[in-house]
Each structure stands twice: as C-alpha cells, then as structure tokens.
Design a protein. Structure first.
Length: 369
C-alpha cells in the first residue's frame, strides 16, 4: 500500500521556501563580479577607471561586501538540499544519501562538460604541460581538475575559482546528516555549531579549510529550512514600502558590519551566517517580488554556476584588457556580466541539445533491440 507523502514544516505549515531562490543567486553572482572587479586583492592592479557618482574608496568598500557571495551560495545549497529532506517526513537517511549520490554525479558531469567547453574554446591559450606536467601523471592531474576535485587532492587547477567545487561536493554529502541531526535534536543545535569551526585547527583559528570556514553558514541554512523562517518572513503582515525600507536598512548594516576590519580578521566565519540570510531574503523575497527585476535576476541566477566558473577567464586571465578597456566602472561590470552570461547561456543550450540527441539515440536503440 502506497502512503501519501506529506509536505509540511515541523510546525505544520505548507512549505518552507524562499519566494525566488534564483533571484537570490542572481544577486549573489552580481555581488561576486563587483567584488572581483573592484574589491578583491587583484583589483589593486586594475587600470584606472571612472566611478562617476561615488569615489574609488566608496566603490571598493561596497564591492568588498561582494565577498559574501560564496557564503550565499553555501547557504542556498544547504537550504535547498535540507528543504527537500524536511519536505518528506518519511524519507530515511539512506534515501537522502541515495539522492545525494545522484546529485553528486549530476554536478560532476555538469562541471566536466563545462571543462570540456573551456578547452574547446581556449585550448590554444593554455600551456597544459607547464600546468599539469608530463605523461600519465599530467593526464591524471588534468582529469582530476576536469571533474572539480583539484582542490581536494592539491593538484593544479586551470582556474582559481574552481576551488568551490570541492566545497560543493562536501555540502552534498554533509547536509543530509546535518538535516537529520536537526530533525532529531531541534534548532537549538545551531548554537553548538558556532563552536565546531574551532575544531578544524589547533590554536582556535576557525578559518581552516573550506568546510570549516563555512560550516556555521551551512548549519544556519539547515535550521532556517527546518523552522520555516523564510515563509514566516514572507507572510509577515507589513506594508510593502516598510518591508523594502527594512530590507534596505538591513543590507546597509550588513555591508558596514562585514567590512569592519575587526570582523574581516576574526569574525567572518560566524557573522556570514546571519548576513547571508539577510542577503538571501533581500534577493529572494524583495527583489524576487518585483516582476521585471525578478525576471532579470532570476535569469542571471539560473546560469550563476557557469558564470561563477567562467568569469575569471574574462576579467583576469584572457580578456583583461578588453574588459577594463571600457573605462567606466558601470560599463566594466555590465560587460563582464554580459560576456559571462552569454557563455553560460550558450553552454546551456549546447548541453540541452546534447541531452536531447542522447535521448533520441537511446530511444532508437531501444526500438531496435
């Protein structure tokens, strides 16, 4: 007898989502582009450009906040995985890990296709022998890089931003265990999670390893998913203008707080958890509620992963002079976004075409057998 799967929050609500997670991803990827263009260490060597309304120092200060983008992606990934687990109260841990294995394989294949696309477009620009080495050893290092595991094995990587793949894989397998832990113990376990990062390095330094750095963000997302906090925010009976005013105020506070030197040096591992939630709610609940704006950010967010992995080639490695040749900061940002988005969209349609072709071939083979 088949049982009906109930999809409820622990408190009996109907869902526990964010109105538009793609809009939140779109905001995060735009913040990342701002950070890499005008706020990151390598930005110190940027050619002089015109900032118009704000001075250079103000732009660097605001762009520096864009470094939160990784925490936002960690939050959204952890939130999405745990949301699926909490939505099915009959799901077992084994079933959750079966889904995790499929998610891992899908992500690895997706990244491999992306890696192949980069080689197809720019193979003549890279010195593979110098990067990976010679013979079978070099080929093995290249294969490890092509599936996003270079950061795990400490082998060469073609693009510095690809380090995130190892963290993404870790989240896929860590979140199910954390979700079942929260289901068993309740949201109070979040308090204990703030002490976990100190375990990763003797001497009390919490910033050790990618997973240690973002563990509290991950755990916060799982607890937020469990409690249905985002839905409660969406259902909050507050005048629309006041909700926007509150959202903007919280974002301004988040920027000022996160860019404080003391916070940058010592507290990012902890404060990024609530600040990521503020950023996600601003992007998903507020920007995601405005029709045209929502469509734009959602479209960008839909392709955010490939923008994340390809944009470095444009602004830093291969097309630096072209991108910064537009002189005005706003134009530089827009151009980097457009070329990265164009690559991501083109790859999306190539992948869709390959998928459909594979489906047709498979169907024909099944008919003939």
């Amino acid at each position: 007898m088949n049982s009906t799967v109930k999809k409820t929050t622990p408190e009996g609500g109907k869902s526990f989502g964010i109105k538009n997670t793609n809009a939140a991803k779109g905001l995060a990827i735009c913040l990342m582009l701002l950070y890499h263009l005008f706020g990151a260490v390598e930005s110190a060597s940027n050619p002089e450009c015109t900032y118009l309304l704000l001075n250079k120092e103000s732009i660097h200060f605001i762009a520096g906040f864009g470094n939160i983008c990784v925490s936002v992606f960690v939050f959204l990934t952890s939130f999405g995985i745990s949301k699926g687990i909490f939505a099915d109260e009959n799901m077992t841990l084994k079933q959750a890990y079966n889904k995790a294995a499929k998610r891992f394989w899908k992500l690895m294949v997706s990244f491999f296709i992306f890696y192949v696309s980069v080689q197809a477009v720019w193979f003549w620009c890279f010195d593979y022998t110098s990067l990976y080495g010679h013979g079978w050893e070099g080929l093995m290092k290249m294969l490890i890089d092509s599936v996003g595991l270079a950061n795990l094995f400490g082998t060469p990587v073609l693009n510095m931003t690809w380090w995130y793949m190892t963290l993404a894989y870790a989240l896929i397998f860590a979140v199910p265990a954390l979700a079942f832990l929260v289901r068993k113990t309740g949201p109070a376990i979040l308090i204990a999670s703030f002490f976990v990062p100190f375990i990763f390095l003797p001497g009390g330094n919490p910033v050790y390893g990618d997973f240690g750095r973002y563990f509290t963000v991950c755990m916060t997302a799982v607890v937020v998913s469990y409690t249905g906090f985002c839905d409660k925010f969406m259902e909050w009976k507050l005048n629309g203008a006041l909700k926007w005013l509150l959202g903007i105020l919280l974002m301004v506070i988040a920027v000022i707080l996160r860019q404080n030197p003391y916070v940058q040096d010592r507290l990012l591992w902890a404060l990024d958890a609530p600040l990521s939630l503020v950023t996600v709610l601003f992007g998903g609940a507020l920007l995601g509620s405005v029709p045209v704006v929502s469509n734009v950010f959602s479209f960008i967010g839909k392709h955010s992963m490939h923008i994340f992995f390809v944009h470095t080639f444009f602004y830093l490695i291969l097309w630096r002079n072209f991108i910064f040749g537009f002189r005005y900061a706003a134009l530089i940002f827009v151009m980097l976004l457009l070329v990265s988005l164009a690559y991501a969209v083109a790859l999306y349609y190539v992948k869709e075409g390959v998928r459909k072709l594979a489906g047709l071939i498979g169907k024909r083979i099944r008919k003939q057998s």
